[in-house]
Design a protein around this ligand. Structure first.
Ligand SMILES: Nc1ncnc2c1ncn2[C@@H]1O[C@H](COP(=O)(O)OP(=O)(O)OP(=O)(O)O)[C@@H](O)[C@H]1O
Ligand SMILES: O=C(O)C1=C[C@@H](O)[C@@H](O)[C@H](O)C1
Ligand SMILES: [Mg+2]
Length: 173
């Protein structure tokens, strides 16, 4: 089985995924980390040196590779992964995957991202809280229709990591 976690940057995919994998004794894969290890460059360097289109191509290739691989795993996607190409269909049509949208509000996302924007090239230029709120509002609105196609939606606002992990586990039984 592959448990696929999706949602906007900063919603907690990597944090929740790592914890969930420990409890289930599944392998944990983070698509951003996987891309970085395969390409030998950070996501930020790939965006800067090769551009976003190159990144999206590689993201789709490695997603396919992971979905076709064997073994139980938890896969944390990149924030944009379900929103490009036919990635969402690949995820939904995979017979071995169960997908979860980790749904966080804009204030929650801003709070999670405020000290972490440097390694996220799409938001590293945002400065004030107002700028952040405007950008995230528009971007999340565009992306929500993709995220909402996940098999399950879990609201994460003001929940601890272990509470969210528990909610996911309950959907698996
Ligand atoms: N439920 C939570 N409670 C407290 N802090 C959280 C929670 N979820 C995430 N965080 C914090 O928010 C920040 C962003 O989380 P994380 O890196 O897991 O997000 P992500 O969805 O993987 O982002 P990206 O798409 O950019 O990779 C981290 O500092 C993490 O510790
Ligand atoms: O939301 C996005 O489009 C992105 C999110 C990150 O996880 C990385 O995959 C990259 O920074 C792009
Ligand atoms: Mg992540």
């Amino acid at each position: 089985m592959i448990i696929v976690l999706m949602g906007y940057m900063g919603c907690g995919k990597s944090t929740i995924g790592r914890q969930l994998s420990k409890i289930l004794r599944f392998d944990f894969l983070d698509l951003d980390d996987y891309i970085e290890s395969k390409e030998q460059y950070s996501v930020k360097e790939i965006f800067n040196n090769k551009g976003e289109i190159y990144f999206r191509k590689k993201e789709a290739t490695y997603l396919k590779e992971i979905l076709e691989s064997k073994g139980n795993k938890v896969l944390a996607l990149g924030g944009g992964t379900p929103c490009y190409g036919n990635n969402i269909d690949l995820i939904l049509n995979s017979k071995i995957s169960k997908s979860f949208y980790l749904k966080a509000s804009i204030p929650q996302l801003i709070s999670n991202l405020k000290n972490e924007k440097d390694k996220r090239p799409l938001i590293s230029h945002l400065n004030s809280k107002e700028e952040f709120a405007e950008y995230l509002g528009k971007h999340l609105f565009e992306r929500s229709p993709f995220y909402s196609k996940a098999n399950y939606t879990i609201s994460t606002d003001q929940k601890s990591v272990s509470e969210i992990v528990e909610k996911i586990v309950l959907k698996l039984v």
